[in-house]
Design a protein around this ligand. Structure first.
Ligand SMILES: Cc1cc2nc3c(=O)[nH]c(=O)nc-3n(C[C@H](O)[C@H](O)[C@H](O)COP(=O)(O)OP(=O)(O)OC[C@H]3O[C@@H](n4cnc5c(N)ncnc54)[C@H](O)[C@@H]3O)c2cc1C
Length: 409
């Protein structure tokens, strides 16, 4: 005896129905003038949204299940302006400022998938230290190919002994003629298997921050091994443990001067945290869109779920937090673009944004009921991914410590 499926395929693979729900409910929450509301930025956002909707969303489930996505997507993304956004055209970027970078991250997180988004944007944390500190030869050899989507780049800082304590890095590099000999391990490295280039934090000097340097390591260098890691979310992004066993790296691959490693990483921390805020903002809006759509269409006790006051209040609570994060991010991006980055404000905003995403994902699943925990439902994926950035990119507790210090507490 055969049964009709209880859940139609079109819903079970809800990524494929995504374009129908656009323009989305979440756009209404943040409508109005803002530093992001110029016509140039609006059309840039529309292009990024279109790329995520057409080139990622229809395949997100399939790629998540496969644990990877096609390398060709990097070239397509570069062609669409995703990869080079915010980078200097002199090195192959497509220009723009922090707002372009944040729009890319928000739209890929909102209309694409977390795994593909992190895969396509690891260069945004790996390349800036090279561009800030590296010599011209290194910059011109590496950056253009990365920004054309032909080469992949990863940042390798965290270690098995701890990711939060960057100043305590143990992987060391010892000079030997015109090479450094690297020994140690890195953990949780995004794009850690497929990257061609790695911005690697190593200890070349004594203890603490001052002993850290950055090296550019190329995949395939003898003594450099990679092991894949499986995770709770971001399945289509490869994450790896890296092992360096007497790995010889040419001295010419030193990024900047010896001892500049911590400064090189620090320079990018504020921008990375603003980027993480944009990512979780996009994901929170996706949760809201899915929850509104479901609440309008699901009948409970003979009426639409959205007819219940408790449901509307849940949605307004989500909208309230999303609005607060969106407004704060606009303000901080505007200050950042004027050289007024404030590390405490940025750290606190990243924390409230990741909390917002966790709450929105939790409520979106709750509003979906049992359907919310079914595999291949978009809110299932959004929920699984909602812990990733309250740990990655600076754990919430570390950012609170930083804010406390900056606020003089
Ligand atoms: C999916 C994913 C991708 C990542 N990608 C990269 C990457 O591409 N490159 C890279 O270098 N790293 C990457 N990371 C690593 C990430 O930056 C670290 O996980 C993070 O810095 C925390 O380090 P840890 O996991 O070793 O936790 P630990 O440092 O061991 O800390 C564990 C927990 O202890 C608490 N804690 C730690 N210190 C304090 C303190 N001083 N006070 C109070 N509480 C504290 C926090 O809750 C923290 O979450 C990634 C992580 C994840 C999960």
């Amino acid at each position: 005896m055969s049964y009709l499926p209880l859940i139609p395929n079109s819903y079970a693979e809800s990524d494929r129905t995504l374009p129908e729900s656009i323009p989305s409910s979440a756009d209404r929450i943040t409508a109005g003038e803002s530093p992001f509301a110029t016509s140039e930025l609006a059309s840039f956002r529309e292009r990024m949204r279109e790329f995520a909707r057409t080139c990622i969303a229809p395949y997100a489930t399939e790629w998540d299940e496969a644990g990877t996505f096609p390398l060709d997507l990097y070239r397509q993304a570069a062609h669409a302006g995703v990869i080079g956004a915010g980078f200097d055209p002199a090195y192959g970027g497509t220009g723009g400022d922090i707002r372009h970078t944040l729009i890319v991250k928000e739209e890929l997180a909102r209309f694409g998938s977390g795994g593909v988004r992190v895969g396509l944007t690891t260069h945004s944390i790996a390349l800036p230290p090279l561009l800030a500190l590296g010599n011209e030869t290194l910059k011109r050899r590496i950056a253009p190919a990365v920004l054309r989507g032909e080469k992949l780049m990863a940042l390798a800082v965290s270690e098995p002994s701890g990711g939060s304590d960057v100043a305590g890095i143990q992987t060391h590099a010892v000079e030997d003629g015109d090479h450094f000999v690297v020994n140690g391990r890195k953990l949780f490295i995004s794009t850690g298997i497929r990257a061609d280039y790695y911005t690697l934090a190593v200890r070349t000097g004594g203890p603490g921050k001052a002993g850290l340097s950055l090296l550019l390591v190329e995949r395939g260098t003898p003594g450099f091994l990679q092991h894949p890691l499986k995770k709770m979310g971001w399945w289509s992004s490869d994450t790896a443990e890296l092992v360096f066993d007497n790995c010889r790296v040419p001295r010419s691959n030193l990024i900047g001067e010896e001892g500049q490693g911590f400064v090189g990483l620090m320079k990018n921390f504020n921008q990375e945290r603003l980027g993480n805020t944009a990512i979780v903002l996009g994901a929170s809006k996706a949760c809201y869109d899915e929850a509104v759509h479901w609440a309008r269409n699901r009948l409970v006790f003979g009426e639409a779920l959205i007819g219940k006051q408790v449901t509307r209040h849940k949605l307004v609570d989500m909208a309230t937090q999303i609005q607060a994060v969106d407004t704060q991010l606009s303000l901080l991006a505007w200050r950042f673009s004027r050289g007024q980055a404030d590390a405490a404000q940025i750290a606190m905003t990243k924390n409230i944004a990741t909390e917002t995403y966790e709450r929105c994902a939790n409520e979106a699943v709750q509003i979906h009921g049992g359907h919310g925990v079914l595999r291949h439902n978009r809110v299932d994926r959004l929920f699984r991914e909602s812990k990733m950035l309250s740990i990655g990119g600076g754990a919430a507790e570390i950012l609170k410590d930083l804010a406390a210090r900056q606020l003089g507490l």
